[in-house]
Ligand binder design. Structure first.
Ligand code: EPZ
Length: 418
């Protein structure tokens, strides 16, 4: 397994471009199952999760071709309705093929998905919503068996949690259902909006995306589209925190600043200088970081995918910070590595309490998952001495060339292939 070797203490300087969003590209690839013919996605990042989703689609008989940052998805011949076990087990987002397979083929067999180990990740809202659209669904021996006679039927669905994935899955399924579907308490995340924009370009009738009430009027067929994915707000947020934790100054281009409002509020409260216009941001870290209280919430609240990273930053704030995780109860896998680097940090149920220390010390730590690994990388950039981070293949799932981007900004970080 590859590892990062980081020499800490070098402030980040310069400017960097952010890649396309992983969490938009994955549902958009599933949306490609709905359009007969070749749909094209632009601005697709090079991530292992995208490779894994490609294997899932190819297992269904879909042709996927990559030309630089463009992904061509040809679902003309959707031969199979059973997704291949191996890639599905690696990727939670595989569940997003359920809705499109039911809508296009009337049948789906998908094993319960895997993904990051960040606590319970049920799919009950996906199943309950699809049943309300008329699907017959059973879960046997770890497999979801789903079928529908004829077309799915529009329905009014309430999500008791504004689940991103369930909103996407149901929006995909409802686009080809008969009649109208209402999704109440839907996720309003930018990635959901990006999927809705793809579907509308393909001929779907959708209103309310970006709010908690989305209305879909089913249509008979969706046409192929050429769509550019939105920038990755989590990669952007991670790089912004990297600049602050190293007391550097960077600017990011080709981002959507409006997607990062909740992060900017918290970082400004900690003392960072942030100048943001629509697709550009300049951020400067100061010497004195103030402690912070953060509570992760569904979008537009503070993103759970940036919680490990701001926790690493809080370890260096002057005072006690409290970070409450309300989305995934197990998302504290980064605490052990931070503690090994000298952080004074405790987990109390769903809350992390950190008492700022003057500095962190380099250590040998292991990447637990995508965002936990990002947090340890940021800590290593700020720490005194050398930090080794094992298992960086987890990072490659969600960050394209993170070490190259950081090196370009002046970090002393190398990947050692094991
Ligand atoms: C998406 O996961 C993202 N992944 C996650 O990013 C992100 O953390 C999460 O949304 C934030 O909500 C992708 O988009 C590929 P959810 P998803 O359904 O859709 C509960 C990363 O690091 N829930 O919004 O799986 C669930 O347990 C990843 O890039 C149910 O109870 O998340 C959680 O508590 C990690 N039943 C909450 O909802 C369900 O059927 C939010 O989950 C579904 C979800």
């Amino acid at each position: 397994m590859d590892k990062f070797v980081i020499e800490g203490g070098f402030p980040l300087k310069g400017k960097i471009k952010v890649n396309g969003a992983k969490n938009a590209t994955l549902p958009l690839m599933a949306a490609g199952l709905l359009t007969e013919g070749i749909s094209r996605l632009e601005n697709v990042p090079y991530l292992t999760d995208i490779l894994t989703m490609t294997q899932v689609l190819e297992g269904l008989g879909v042709k996927v071709r990559r030309k630089n940052r463009t992904l061509e998805i040809d679902s003309t011949h959707l031969f199979y309705y059973e997704a291949p076990y191996e890639p599905v087990k690696l990727l939670r987002a595989s569940i997003l093929i359920l809705g499109p397979l039911l809508a296009r083929r009337g049948h789906a067999r998908v094993c319960l998905p895997g993904g990051c180990d960040i606590g319970r990740r049920p799919v009950d809202l996906h199943i309950k919503g699809l049943r309300q659209l008329g699907a017959k669904i059973e879960v046997n021996n770890g497999y979801i068996e789903a079928s529908v006679k004829g077309s799915l039927q529009g329905s009014s669905i309430y999500l008791n949690v504004p689940s991103v994935g369930a909103t996407e899955n149901l929006m995909l399924a409802a686009s080809l259902a008969k009649g109208a579907t209402l999704i109440r308490n839907a996720s309003s995340s930018p990635e959901v909006v990006d999927v809705a924009n793809f579907l509308k370009h393909a001929g779907a009738k959708i209103e309310g995306e970006g709010t908690n009430l989305i209305k879909i009027e089913g249509v008979r067929q969706l046409n192929c589209v050429h769509h550019r994915t939105i920038p990755d707000r989590i990669e952007a947020g991670t790089l912004i925190i990297a600049a602050i934790i190293t007391k550097g100054e960077i600017s990011l281009e080709e981002i959507c600043s409006s997607h990062l409002t909740s992060l900017f509020v918290k970082l400004r409260q900690m003392g960072a200088e942030i100048e943001a216009v629509d697709r550009w941001v300049r951020v400067k870290g100061g010497d004195l970081l103030k402690p912070i209280r953060v509570k992760t919430l569904p979008y537009p609240g503070f993103s759970t995918d940036l919680q490990p990273q701001i926790t690493a930053l809080a370890c260096l704030a002057r005072g006690t910070s409290l970070i409450r995780e309300t989305i995934f109860q197990g998302r504290f896998t980064h605490v052990r590595g931070l503690r090994k680097m000298g952080a004074r940090i405790e987990v109390d149920k769903s809350q992390v309490r950190t008492k700022g220390v003057g500095c962190l010390k380099g250590a040998v730590v292991r990447t637990p998952d995508i965002r936990g690994g990002a947090a340890l990388t940021l800590a290593g950039l700020a720490a005194e001495g050398t930090t080794e981070i094992d298992g960086v293949h987890h990072l490659d799932r969600g960050y394209e060339g993170l070490e190259e981007k950081l090196s370009k900004l002046g970090a002393k970080i190398t990947r050692v292939e094991d």
